[in-house]
Every structure is written in structure tokens, then in C-alpha cells.
Ligand binder design. Structure first.
Ligand SMILES: NC(=O)c1ccc[n+]([C@@H]2O[C@H](COP(=O)([O-])OP(=O)(O)OC[C@H]3O[C@@H](n4cnc5c(N)ncnc54)[C@H](O)[C@@H]3O)[C@@H](O)[C@H]2O)c1
Length: 263
């Protein structure tokens, strides 16, 4: 018997019952993503260096009847990341989604590349690039065993423009695209997808030195969508990549920048 309802996929677009780790989710974009993941039915791990803020986010979710766990992690430290994964599995039993969102970003100082101290270069690469590697490596065995998994890496549209004065940041986010392409090939046979999101300039309410008031209006002028983007603008694309709906999409880098031409 033919019926239109044959094509309806139950629970489309939800994360019901899935377990998601969102790194750097104590504030900013990560916090919004974690909250929306929880609202979509995921059991959400709030993983951040700033554990006091992470606990506040997790407590708010739990108070709203959503399953959440706060874990302190330094993504640049492999042992700390192993602990995050062990704690997540101990609490929720599996890991369906990893969002590699943590980065040194809002605290970064803008300066010409030849004034970046070597230690600062190393630190940014350790957290923003090696941190992604550490987290992917730590969840890989679990996702392979499950035969399913979603890894979403937060890169940046700044890679496409080569915005000056934070070369360590730009280099780290370009490296994230390389991880995404290579890892998609290695994990694809196990049903694990790996994709990147490249946000444009996103207003999060967290103060930062990289966007002055004057630059904010230039950013808007550069975009096809004539307003500042907010964290909410990154939610839909991330939910999609975390869901079963994106099963056949891997190794991709999706830009969410309001249609910007330059910065
Ligand atoms: N906001 C933007 O305009 C924008 C644009 C493009 C890309 N991004 C990317 O999106 C992500 C989130 O951006 P945001 O604006 O919310 O940044 P943010 O600086 O406000 O938040 C970053 C979070 O990561 C955490 N963190 C920093 N170092 C860590 C570490 N070693 N281990 C664990 N957690 C750590 C911080 O405590 C913080 O909670 C970042 O990867 C950033 O590079 C942001």
C-alpha cells in the first residue's frame, strides 16, 4: 500500500536520547549550542576550563528537567580530555556527538604576527588545534564501537579572509579544516561523520578585543544579511550536523557568516 507517510522519518531533527559533549560551553557560542542541544533532547556535557561557569550552565539545564553534566577540562591536555570522556561515559553510557568548540578566542590579543611571542603561538595551537585532535582521539574508540558518531569542529570564516593580527588563531582554525578532511576519511567507514562550521563574526555578549565598535559596522556592511550575527545563528547548522539527518555528509566545511564578502 502506498502512502505519503512512508517517507516521514520519525523524530527527524531531534537529538532525543543522544549524548553530546560540547567543549567550551561555559559561555558564548558553546553555551548556546549546549542549551539548544539539551532543549532538542540531548544529554549534554558542559566541558570547559572554567568549571564554575560550566556548573552554572549544567545546573540551569538540570533545573529545567534536562540531563546535563559539568566537567572541567583543558582540551590542550590529553590526560584531562581522557578524564572528560571517561566522566561522560560513566554518567551517560555513550557519546553520540562531540562539538569541538573550545578555543582561545575572546581573550586573544590582536598584534602583528612578528610580535606574537613564541609561547603565545604555542599555547593557541595547543588549545585550538591540538585540543581538537585530543578530543577526537579520546572519543574515537567509543564512536567506532557504537558504529555511529558526529564530530563537529568549530573553525572560523576568518580562515577564508586571512584577517590580520592574530595569525596564530587563523593558523589554528585552518588546521581544524585539515583535521576535518583527514579524519572524515578515517572514521567514515565506522559510521562517524566529521564536519566543520566556519562562523563569521558572531556577537555573543562576551567582551573581546578583536571587534571594535567601528569594525562591527564594517562587518555588517560586508555581509549580505545586514545585521550582526549572534550565537543563535550557529544553532541550526550545528543541530543538523549533530542529527541523524546529516548521516551522508562528512568532511565538509560549512560557512555561516551572513554572506560576507570581506572583513
Ligand atoms: N564569536 C565569534 O565571532 C566566532 C567566529 C568564528 C569562530 N568562532 C569560534 O567559535 C568558538 C566559540 O567562540 P566564542 O565566541 O563563544 O568564544 P569564547 O572565547 O567566548 O568562549 C570560549 C570558551 O572556551 C573555553 N576554553 C578556552 N580554553 C579552553 C581550554 N583549554 N579547555 C577548555 N575550554 C577552554 C573558555 O573558558 C570559554 O568558555 C571558538 O572555537 C571560536 O574560535 C567564534
Amino acid at each position: 500500500m502506498s502512502s505519503v507517510t512512508q517517507t516521514i522519518i520519525p523524530e527527524r531533527g531531534t537529538l532525543s536520547g543522544k549524548v553530546a559533549i560540547v567543549t567550551g560551553s561555559a559561555q558564548g557560542i558553546g553555551r548556546t549550542l549546549a542549551e539548544q542541544f539539551a532543549a532538542a533532547g540531548a544529554k549534554t556535557v558542559i566541558a570547559d576550563l572554567d568549571v564554575a561557569s560550566a556548573r552554572r550552565v549544567a545546573d540551569d539545564l538540570k533545573a529545567g528537567g534536562m540531563a546535563s553534566l559539568a566537567v572541567q577540562v583543558d582540551v590542550g591536555n590529553a590526560a584531562s580530555v581522557e578524564n572528560l570522556v571517561a566522566a561522560s561515559i560513566a554518567e551517560f553510557g555513550r557519546i553520540d556527538v562531540l562539538v569541538n568548540n573550545a578555543a582561545i578566542f575572546s581573550t586573544i590579543e590582536m598584534r602583528p604576527f612578528d610580535e606574537i611571542p613564541s609561547e603565545e603561538w604555542t599555547k593557541v595551537i595547543d588549545v585550538n588545534l591540538t585540543g581538537v585532535f585530543n578530543c577526537c582521539r579520546a572519543v574515537a574508540e567509543t564512536m567506532r564501537r557504537q558504529g555511529t558518531g558526529r564530530i563537529i569542529n568549530m573553525s572560523s570564516a576568518t580562515v577564508l579572509f586571512g584577517r590580520p593580527h592574530y595569525l596564530h588563531y587563523v593558523a589554528s582554525k585552518a588546521g581544524v579544516l585539515g583535521i576535518t578532511r583527514g579524519l572524515a576519511r578515517e572514521l567514515g567507514p565506522f559510521g562517524v561523520t566529521v564536519n566543520s562550521i566556519l562562523p563569521g563574526s558572531v556577537e555573543t555578549g562576551i567582551p573581546r578585543g578583536s571587534v571594535s565598535g567601528d569594525q562591527a559596522s564594517r562587518i555588517i556592511a560586508s555581509q549580505s544579511i545586514g545585521r550582526r550575527l549572534t550565537s543563535k545563528d550557529i544553532v541550526g547548522i550545528t543541530l543538523f550536523l549533530a542529527s541523524d539527518d546529516s548521516e551522508a555528509i562528512t568532511g565538509q566545511s560549512l560557512v555561516a557568516d551572513g554572506g560576507a564578502n570581506f572583513l
